[in-house]
Design a protein around this ligand. Structure first.
Ligand code: MSP
Length: 479
């Protein structure tokens, strides 16, 4: 059955420029969009930036800029990076968009009307880097373990959302997979959070402390808490009726990193339930990149810039380098120096070399049509079935492995059959025809991951001219 599917990435904090980690989520979402669309589904791909809150305001102040100016500049940086990576989103949302601000106000009014919010004095430890309250238990040496800064003590009268009233319902939805949290480790983590106990959370901040935000519709001196504002981006989208239909009649799929699991798997569905809306169908939580064993951070100076990698390796190779490092859903370490090795072995010598060898031979002997013999057809069918299951399960790394198995199979087939030595025309034609068939299947399978390369291969097969897809890169070249 064909479905309407809304695929989202988190909206990224605009105080900083995009990096390898943001690129990872965005490319993965792009690959899944392309895959589900090719299967005949109607897919809407939403991404964007998170512009309000103390973190963005403080960064702008440090730079001596107005927050909106910083947002405008960095929003261009995100759009530029995504364009370089071949990301074909349907809408790029900014939380300063008028339509978004209106929808946030409308949603918060609905929460108030449904009696899901109340006012309370609160005192807590706030980490601006995380844009959330931390408890003493979360701290290491009195500091936020992620940002290595001491959280600020805040005492304010704010509006709170009655999260606790929805916890039982969400726990059931998660355990029954009606709100599917994947992979299983993430689901376990969410279920563990219910056991630890969760409290109502504040949905507003005093305007005198956080001015850079959307005005709370029912209190003059407060702005909307940045996470509430941000989560609602998924509900605003491009603000059209066509978009709303994805929430009303479709499947909503969120893709996100493990750092923001609680907000997405618990707070967000609770807010939606309270407002009488549908909840997401599926959330896929991926792991984190570390660089040489360390967290990627500006302070450590080890941030990988995806623009730079695209300039060195090309767009498709960068997409491949992002997704072929470790399984989607697990953490992994990357070494930039290893990119050249991986590029040369898998793309230049692997896929690129296979396409060049086959198309050169096919051109030389004027073989045009790909047709597989029974055994090879069976082999490909098996690979495609596993690939399909992997893609449906968002196991992008494993799906790529299947494609590379087929590439390996072709290389072996060439070595065994030695087409350059075959004298008998008919036999040579059968061998080359089998290989052409495999290539056209490979071109289809890589299409969501390497869209340009897929087109180039299809074109080469059609016009019978070969072109180098991935030129080898000198391994001593610095990157
Ligand atoms: N603005 C919030 C999200 C609001 S969504 C309603 C936020 N933004 S962020 O800029 O910090 O981006 C977080 C996301 O970026 C992570 O969830 C993850 O998808 C991605 N990554 C950031 N660093 C990463 C790595 N080092 N590795 C992999 N992904 C990472 O949180």
């Amino acid at each position: 059955m064909k479905n309407k599917i809304l695929i989202t990435t988190p909206i990224y904090y605009v105080n900083d420029k995009p990096h390898w980690g943001h690129a990872y989520t965005t490319v993965a979402a792009d690959v899944l969009t392309r895959f589900f669309r090719a299967q005949g589904n109607e897919v809407f791909f939403l991404t964007g930036i998170d512009e309000h809150g103390a973190k963005v305001a403080e960064s702008a102040e440090k730079l001596g800029k107005n927050p909106k100016t910083l947002c405008d500049e960095n929003s261009e940086a995100y759009k530029f990076a995504w364009q370089k990576l071949g990301i074909a989103y349907d809408h790029f949302i900014r939380t300063t968009d008028k339509i978004h601000e209106e929808r946030v106000v409308e949603f918060l009014k609905a929460l108030k009307d449904k009696n899901a919010v109340y006012e309370k004095e609160y005192e807590g430890l706030y980490c601006v880097g995380c844009e959330k309250f931390l408890t003493e238990k979360d701290l290491v040496d009195n500091k936020c373990p992620d940002h290595k800064t001491e959280p600020k003590k805040i005492a304010e009268k704010n509006y709170f959302f009655k999260l606790t009233e929805y916890l039982d319902k969400i726990e059931k939805l998660v355990s029954k997979d009606e709100l599917l949290i994947q992979p299983e480790t993430a689901k376990k983590e969410v279920l563990g959070l219910f056991k630890q106990g969760l409290e109502d959370f504040s949905i507003s901040r005093q305007k005198e402390k956080v001015k850079w935000g959307i005005d709370l519709p029912f209190s003059e001196n407060q702005t909307v808490y940045v996470w509430v504002d941000a989560l609602l981006n998924y509900y605003t989208g491009n603000g059209t009726k066509e978009f709303d239909a994805y929430w009303e009649k479709g499947e909503v799929v969120h893709i996100l990193g493990k750092d923001i699991l609680k907000f997405h798997a618990i707070f967000w569905p609770a807010m939606l339930l309270a407002a009488g809306k549908n909840i997401p169908k599926r959330e896929f939580i991926h792991g984190f990149f570390t660089i040489d064993g360390q967290k990627m951070s500006k302070t450590l100076g080890n941030v990988i810039d995806s623009n730079e990698i695209v300039d060195k390796f090309g767009v498709d190779a960068t997409r491949y380098l992002l997704l072929s490092q470790f399984p989607f859903g697990q953490d992994g370490d990357v070494k930039k120096e290893k990119f050249i090795e991986r590029y040369n072995s898998d793309l230049a010598n692997g896929l690129g070399n296979l396409v060049a060898r086959v198309s050169t031979l096919a051109n030389k002997h004027n073989v045009k049509d790909g047709k597989s013999e029974k055994e090879i057809g069976k082999r490909i069918k098996g690979i495609k079935e596993t690939y399909d299951k992997d893609m449906q399960g968002f196991r992008l790394f494993e799906a790529l492995e299947e494609v590379w198995k087929l590439i390996g199979f072709c290389d072996k087939y060439i070595e065994e059959n030695k087409p350059w030595q075959i004298a008998e025309k008919k036999k040579l034609e059968i061998v080359l025809s089998n290989l052409l068939y495999c290539l056209s299947e490979i071109a289809d399978l890589i299409a969501p991951f390497l869209p340009e390369t897929s087109e180039k291969i299809k074109n080469q097969l059609k016009i019978g001219k070969s072109e180098i897809l991935f030129p080898r890169i000198d391994k001593d070249k610095t990157i």
